[in-house]
Design a protein around this ligand. Structure first.
Ligand SMILES: Cc1cc2nc3c(=O)[nH]c(=O)nc-3n(C[C@H](O)[C@H](O)[C@H](O)COP(=O)(O)OP(=O)(O)OC[C@H]3O[C@@H](n4cnc5c(N)ncnc54)[C@H](O)[C@@H]3O)c2cc1C
Length: 409
């Protein structure tokens, strides 16, 4: 049995673990990084559709407010490493970033691989020893901390646990950390999937899989009552719907589905009220009275979705506008303002972006990321109970918690 001893052992080589290991090594510590896969950061490489939305351009106060429940404890974290520090970290290592809609920041290369390369180089330049194909099976604490892998055990003064949550288990995050940390006395809060695409009863979304619609309004309904509305974007998929706005709605929908059926309605023209839409629609059909409805409708709504609407109302697409019946006009307008989708359920862990719940923040000293329950254990990244929306907030949490843990381990 190996008795090799390190200052710090980092378990898990995702974004939080790589940042933590790099920072601890940079400070001159002897660091071992244990990764169960044969490659670091598999999830990072698929983030943001392969483009990696690495943070969100916000000052500290607005950043904290963006996390669900406005967790005040995060103020102390971002006081130590915030969005500006993240952008400087990548810039000083040769990777520029660019801002897109809603403050989302991406690498200028549009490639998650560029972000991955910066971190991998950071870890290597900090003299971190990396062991691949090393699956940790347990952690125990006496005077020192012992980390047991599938083949050997190692000892350290500080152990940073960065094994991720439950989403996309094929990338390596299978929730192992929750078991060890619970055994060490930590409380796990409501561990469930969040930011999950939705499966729909209707089959038409499958027929336009890959199409996305922007500037729409999505309303959640249950028992004929409107529960809430979100403005944003939708992406149709081969199983239903996804995209940033749907992901952000998924947690609420998941909760509602436990009580009863849920549907969503898409307002394709939230900029027009019903009377304005009626006027615009009738004027268009009058002006283009000899044209076919399939050529005119895309002047009001995107053409891929206009085909779907004609199919639902059962209108032959080549019908001239002057022959569209009054009741069909009415039905089309109703669909433009409230296109319904019945939600079959949330997709599973294989499709989720992050899991919500996790290690209770009260059990952690946020200024160092050290556990208050087991001294010498640091907990970072997706393992933590911080509910966050889509938009770069998950990775910012990884950069901040990883850096702070590596700075204090
Ligand atoms: C499809 C997709 C797209 C996303 N896009 C974005 C985005 O654009 N912006 C954003 O902010 N967030 C995004 N996220 C979320 C973001 O990727 C995660 O928040 C982030 O990867 C979490 O980092 P982590 O280091 O905590 O854990 P992970 O990335 O899950 O890494 C954990 C690591 O630990 C290893 N490990 C697990 N168990 C063990 C063990 N027993 N022994 C040794 N090693 C182990 C795993 O193999 C893995 O390498 C996306 C997620 C998904 C799934």
């Amino acid at each position: 049995m190996s008795t090799k001893t390190y200052d710090t052992i980092v378990i898990g080589g995702g974004p939080a673990g790589m940042m933590a290991a790099g920072r601890a090594g940079e400070r001159g510590q002897s660091v071992l990084l244990l990764e169960k896969n044969s490659k670091l950061g598999k999830k990072l490489l698929i983030s943001g559709g392969g483009r990696c939305n690495l943070t969100n351009n916000k000052d500290n106060q607005s950043l904290v407010r963006s996390y669900k429940g406005n967790p005040k404890a995060l103020n102390s974290l971002f006081a130590r490493f915030n969005v500006e520090d993240t952008l400087n970290f990548f810039k000083s290592r040769g990777l520029d970033t660019k801002e897109e809609e809603y403050g989302r920041m991406f690498p200028i290369t549009d490639k998650a691989e560029s972000v991955w390369e910066v971190l991998k180089t950071y870890v290597e330049d900090s003299n971190v020893e990396i062991l691949y194909d090393s699956s940790v099976i347990g952690i125990s604490k006496n005077d020192m901390i012992t980390v047991q892998t599938n083949v050997e055990s190692y000892q350290c003064k500080s152990c940073i646990v960065a094994v991720g949550g439950l989403s996309r288990p094929e990338t390596g995050s299978t929730g192992d950390g929750y078991i060890w940390l619970e055994q060490l006395g930590h409380t796990i809060i409501d561990n469930r999937l969040a930011l999950v695409p939705l499966a729909t009863q209707e089959e038409w979304p499958h027929t336009i899989s890959g199409v996305s619609l922007d500037h729409i309004r999505l309303s959640i309904w249950q028992n004929r009552k409107k529960i809430s509305s979100y403005n944003g974007k939708i992406l149709f998929t081969h199983f239903g719907v996804s995209g940033p706005t749907i992901l952000n709605m998924s947690s609420e929908i998941g909760g509602l589905l436990q009580n009863d059926k849920v549907s969503i309605e898409i307002d394709l023209r939230p900029d027009l009220d019903y009377a304005e839409l009626k006027e615009a629609f009738n004027t268009l059909l009058q002006k283009e009275s000899n044209k076919s409805i399939k050529n005119s409708l895309p002047k009001l709504i995107q053409s891929s979705i206009s085909k779907v609407l004609l199919e639902i109302v059962n209108i032959e697409p080549s019908t001239p506008n002057h022959s569209i019946k009054k009741e069909d006009r009415k039905a089309l307008m109703k669909l433009i303002k409230s296109l319904p989708l019945s939600i079959k359920g949330l997709m599973g862990a294989d499709k989720a972006v992050v899991s919500a719940g996790g290690i209770r923040l009260e059990d952690i000293n946020i200024t160092t990321m050290e556990s208050n329950i087991t001294k010498g254990i640091y907990i970072v990244g997706d393992l933590l109970n911080v509910d966050r929306p889509s938009g770069g907030y998950s990775l910012q949490l990884c950069w901040s918690t990883g850096y702070v843990a590596g700075d204090n381990s």
